[in-house]
Design a binder for this molecule. Structure first.
Ligand code: SAM
Length: 219
């Protein structure tokens, strides 16, 4: 796989989206009523039983793609159960050849727009929540497809004691940061140091010389 040709994000948005505050405030003050899909309900029921039977920290790795970060985080946190969630069956079932094995993780195929609501309803005690390189949706008209512009944002901020997002598009994280501020949550945006990449997208961005960014918050 070539890592040298990943293009930096190009957006028609010069800064934080002009409607972001309105969108976030609306979502913070209205109920998200879209029905939950059957496949996510079923996937959640299976993993919920494992979470209830597990006696240790839970870590959530949202948008985990092929689950490389899920496995690395599981290796770094041997006492935790690390749950990677992605909507793509193809990605989570792809065989990734790691030179080491861990068994304290699970990959779940589910739509996070539904999954987050089920996590909150089931009152999971999530220690850490990662959202690593979410789809950026850089076109201004797609702002509501970004996690902070989505109707599920009020649930995302109820998941976990701490949250870390990473992106190669700092504006995505600046917007997420201002959405968090609207909910009264402080966060810190930093340049990510070049280190062993956690995910394939991180490896791709590092390989093409792009700066990656990290946003962390205590919830
Ligand atoms: C840019 S990829 C990043 C994957 C991985 N974190 C990485 O850095 O290599 C974004 C991932 O988010 C997943 N995704 C997007 N929307 C989702 C949703 N609503 N529910 C679950 N996964 C979603 C996609 O399937 C994709 O695998």
């Amino acid at each position: 796989m070539s890592f040298g040709d990943s293009k930096a994000i190009i957006s028609n948005q010069p800064g934080i989206h002009e409607s972001l505050a309105n969108i976030v405030n609306k979502h913070l003050n209205t109920e998200f009523q879209k029905p939950i899909s059957l496949h996510t309900k079923q996937a959640f029921a299976e993993i919920d039983a494992k979470v209830k039977a597990f006696n240790g920290p839970i870590i959530l790795d949202s948008c985990c793609g092929v689950g490389q970060s899920t496995r690395i985080i599981a290796k770094q946190n041997p006492c935790a159960l690390v749950i990677g969630v992605d909507k793509s069956a193809n990605r989570i079932s792809r065989n990734v050849d790691d030179s080491w094995q861990v068994d304290n993780y699970q990959l779940v195929r589910a739509d996070l727009n539904d999954f987050y609501r089920l996590v909150v309803a089931a009152n999971w005690n999530v220690d850490k929540h990662f959202i690593l390189y979410p789809n950026p949706w850089p076109k201004s008209k797609h702002v509501k497809r970004r996690w902070h512009g989505s109707a599920v944002f009020p649930f995302i901020i109820k998941v976990g004691k701490s949250l870390e997002l990473r992106s190669n598009w700092s504006l995505y994280l600046e917007e997420f940061q201002s959405a968090l501020a609207l909910a009264g949550i402080e966060s810190e945006l930093t340049e990510l140091e070049q280190a062993q990449p956690l995910t394939p997208f991180e490896a791709k961005y590092q390989g093409s010389g792009q700066q990656c960014w990290s946003l962390s918050a205590k919830l």
